[in-house]
Design a protein. Sequence first.
Length: 422
Amino acid sequence: MPGLTHAPIGALGAWLALALALACGGPTEGSSAASGATSSSTGGEASGTSGTSGTSGTSAAGSASVGSTSGTTTGTSGGPGTTGGSTSADETSGSSGTGTSGSTSGGDTTGDTTGDTTGGGLDDLLTLEHVQVKGTHNSYHVKPLVPFDASHEYTHKPLDVQLADQGVRAFELDIHRGVGGFEVYHIAVIDSVSTCDAFTECLAVIKGWSDAHPLHLPVVVWLEIKDSTGGLPIGASDLDDLDDDIRGVFPADRLFTPDDLQGAHPSVRAALEAEGWPTLGELRGQVLFVILNTEDAKADAYTKGYTTTAGRAGFARASTSQFDLPWAAIVKLGLDDEASIGAAHDRRMLIATNVCGAGQADDACAADLVVAKANGIHMLKDDFPAPVAGKTYFMDFPDGNPARCNPVTAPPECTSVALEDL
C-alpha cells in the first residue's frame, strides 16, 4: 500500500490503533472532527462559521457582459465594497450567468502559448483583489483503498491537470517532515496516497504548467504544516528549509513574496492600505505561497512571534484577531461569516474558504457555493472542481473559467476573459 512509506518507524501500530477514531473534519468550515489526528489544531481544516446562510447584500454578478467593455478606465471605483456588472441568475438560482465566455478549459498542456491572451488595457486596472477563482482542498488527495471516513472518498487529478482542464488556481498541500525531506499526504497509513509524494515534486508539477502558460493568473498555494498526523516533528528551522525548497523551484521573478508586496512601505499592511495589490499585469505567471496554520507554534515561528514575514518565501494566514498586524494580507474564513468577510474586504485582504467536501449532500454544497460566490471570497476551495460520477454537484463557474470577476470588489469594466483566456 503506497501510504505505508509515510509512517514513521515504530509508529505503524499506533496509527492503526488510532484509525477508527480518526475523522477528516472535511473542508467545510465549522465541521466537527472526531480526533485531532485528522485535523491539526491550526484550524486549517475547519475555522468555524457564524452559522448563518444568508447571502451578502452585495450580490451583483461577478462578470460584466463580454463585449460591453469600453476600453477606458474612466470613472471606475474598483475599491472594496463596490459591485461589478449586472445581476446574475447564477447567484440566485444556480443557472448560468449572462455575458459569459463559455470557456470550459483552462488551457492546454502542449507548451504552445501563441494563443494565450491577457486583459489588454485592463491588466493595468484589475488586481488580484478583483478576482474570484476555483481552488481545491487537499489538492494532492487520492481516495484510499479502504476509506475510514466518508470525507476521504474523493480523488483529485494531478495538479497540472487541475490547472489545465479544471481551471483551478488555488491549491492546498499538507506538509509533513519525512526522513528525506518534506512529504505531501493527509494522514499517515490510513489516508496517505498523493498524486505527488514529495513537496518539491508537487512544486515542479505546478512550475512545469506555469512555464508553458506564462500569462496565467497568479496561482496561490496554501501549505498546512502538520506533524500530528504523521512524520517527524517540525520546528522553526524546518520552516526555513521549507522556504528554501520553494525558492529552489521558483526563481525570484516567478515567486511573489511578502517583501515584494511591501516594497518601500514600512509593512505589508501599510502597502495594502496605500496601494492595494499589484495589478494582474504585474503578477501574471507568478505563484504565491501561504502558510495555512494560524495561532500555533508553526505560525508563531513563521512570523517571528507574529511580528513580520520579512524575508519569507510565503505569506502567513491571519486569524480574525490579527487583521491589523503588520504582515496581515491573506485570511481563510467561513463562507458565510459576513462580519469577518466584510472586515477583510475593508482591509483589502485576500480571502479563502472551503465550500464542499466529500460526504456532504449535493444540495447543501450547491447552496454553499452560491453564498461563497456572493460574499466575494477570492479563493473557493472544494473537493469537486469538476463533474464526478454519481454526483450532481461540482464547483461550476458558468460565467468565467478559470476565474470570474469578484462580485464585491471588481470594477464594472471587469470581464472574465480579461482575467485569463488561455
